[in-house]
Design a protein around this ligand. Structure first.
Ligand SMILES: [Zn+2]
Length: 457
């Protein structure tokens, strides 16, 4: 079946055609590990996980790379301000290396809680300093760099189509030059290597042919993507905020070094809007996955919420929407759990589902097919087998979910037993009174054909 993906380079849906027959290269810009990821960041990784699963559903082997930025990302994406890692280190009173380690662990734990598939390769910027230096040296040799007193810069004026991904109006930027250029020749030029400040001891710094210092943020992705995939591979992903600077610069570096735009398809996840009115429910500056867990939200309910909006639409986050997602997921799990094993996936429903996800990951429509299966006349075992196929893409981990085993307090058990006896004696008044008493303790008794059932109210 044909797969269509929206490519931001061409700004249109394109039929997906792999570059190689044995694997698909997928590179996703990872976190800068100076703080926790917020749920908006996680929405982007959920989109990328969905893409990966969709490629695998289509029978491809995916070589999936996520980098960890643990050096070189300055407070402003445009090389201004200090290194986020050094800043985070001062704020927390821990070494930059410890901060990087701590937030890398937190990030991978978030991915795991959201049932995202681990990438084939994790790579850290600080583990690839030599590769970055080699990459810069190659760019230098081709004449695309110049040196200022604070670093080695990329000269964007030498590329006719610099910024094409962002449809950048360079004349506009140069003409209305408000930015302080310093020694930079053009507003869009960017640092490949920064020198350590003479008056300050950095925690993370290395020797290079140009002087002691550290790599710029953009070079790590060009160097590591080219190393673990190829200088020309299939799909590069990130958040929409990467388009204008980070991804434009990755492309510029690869054009200069290898003559490619790095990836054949450029795909971006869109932002999450936070319902500002309800932000007070969170205690921190931003919402992170743990904030949701603290509010008794299952992380997979957040995944389910994100599935309900197309990745290229801005999604509004609200606690009400999240609660509704949690309820719907609970309903889905209960229904799924009650279905018997041993069925066969229904090929016509699977085909309909497949058609929807192959239209640029149209999961909202694929979910409609899923609910239809549950209401259909398929036999119950076949319904379950069909849902198992869908869950390879949705990643809700339905097969491993178990209803919580409820321990009923002895007091409630005793009241329920007394109520059972009073019903046996047709003493309805006493039975009703006991029910009220049980309710007062937060439980509900139901009389079913199979006997009495107690559940939490
Ligand atoms: Zn990147």
């Amino acid at each position: 079946m044909q797969l269509y993906l929206y490519d931001n380079w061409e700004r249109q849906l394109r039929l997906f055609t792999p570059l190689r027959h044995d694997w698909i290269g997928l590179y996703c810009c990872g976190p800068t590990v100076y703080d926790y990821a917020h749920i908006g960041n996680l929405r982007t990784y959920l989109f990328e996980d969905l893409l990966r699963r969709t490629l695998e559903f289509n029978g491809h082997v995916v070589r999936h790379v996520i980098n960890i930025t643990d050096v070189g990302h300055l407070v402003s994406d445009a090389d201004e301000g200090e290194d986020k890692m050094e800043k985070g280190s001062r704020k927390a009173g821990e070494s930059a290396w410890d901060i990087a380690e701590r937030f890398t662990v937190a990030f991978t734990s978030d991915l795991n809680s959201l049932n995202m598939l681990p990438p084939t390769i994790w790579c850290k910027a600080t583990d690839h300093i030599a590769e970055q230096i080699d990459f810069i040296a190659a760019i230098e040799q081709k004449g695309f760099t110049y040196i200022t007193s604070d670093g080695v810069y990329f000269d964007t004026s030498q590329q006719e189509d610099y910024g094409y991904l962002a449809r950048l109006n360079r004349d506009g930027i140069e003409g209305g030059k408000r930015v302080e250029l310093g020694e930079k020749k053009h507003a869009t030029d960017f640092a490949l290597w920064k020198f350590s400040p003479a008056d300050e001891q950095r925690q993370m710094e290395w020797d290079s042919p140009w002087g002691r210092g550290f790599p710029g943020w953009h070079i790590e992705c060009s160097a590591m993507a080219s190393k673990y995939l190829e200088p020309w591979f299939d799909i590069h992903c990130g958040g929409e905020d990467h388009i204008a600077i980070h991804h434009s610069n990755e492309i510029a570096q690869n054009q200069a070094c290898h003559g490619t735009r790095l990836a054949n398809y450029w795909m971006h996840g869109y932002f999450l809007q936070i319902d500002a009115g309800k932000m007070s429910k969170s205690s921190g500056d931003f919402l992170r996955l743990q904030t949701l867990i603290d509010q008794q939200v299952d992380p997979l309910a957040y995944r389910f919420l994100c599935l309900s909006a197309h990745y290229r639409s801005q999604m509004n986050f609200s606690w009400d929407a999240l609660e509704a997602a949690q309820t719907a997921l609970g309903r889905l799990r209960d229904t799924y759990f009650a279905l018997p094993e041993g069925g066969k996936a229904d090929s016509s429903y699977v085909t309909r589902f497949h058609t929807e996800i192959n239209q640029d990951l149209n999961v909202p429509k694929a979910l409609v097919v899923m609910w239809e299966v549950l209401k259909s006349t398929l036999n119950d075992a076949d319904k379950k087998a069909t849902l198992n196929q869908f869950d390879r893409v949705l990643g809700l981990d339905l097969a491993n979910w178990q209803p919580a085993v409820l321990t009923i307090p002895d007091e409630v058990q005793a009241l329920a037993e007394r109520r059972r006896l009073s019903r046996l004696n047709k003493n309805w008044a006493e039975s009703d009174a006991l029910r009220t008493e049980i309710q007062g303790l937060g439980y509900e008794v139901e009389d079913t054909a199979g006997g009495m059932h107690i559940r939490k109210a």
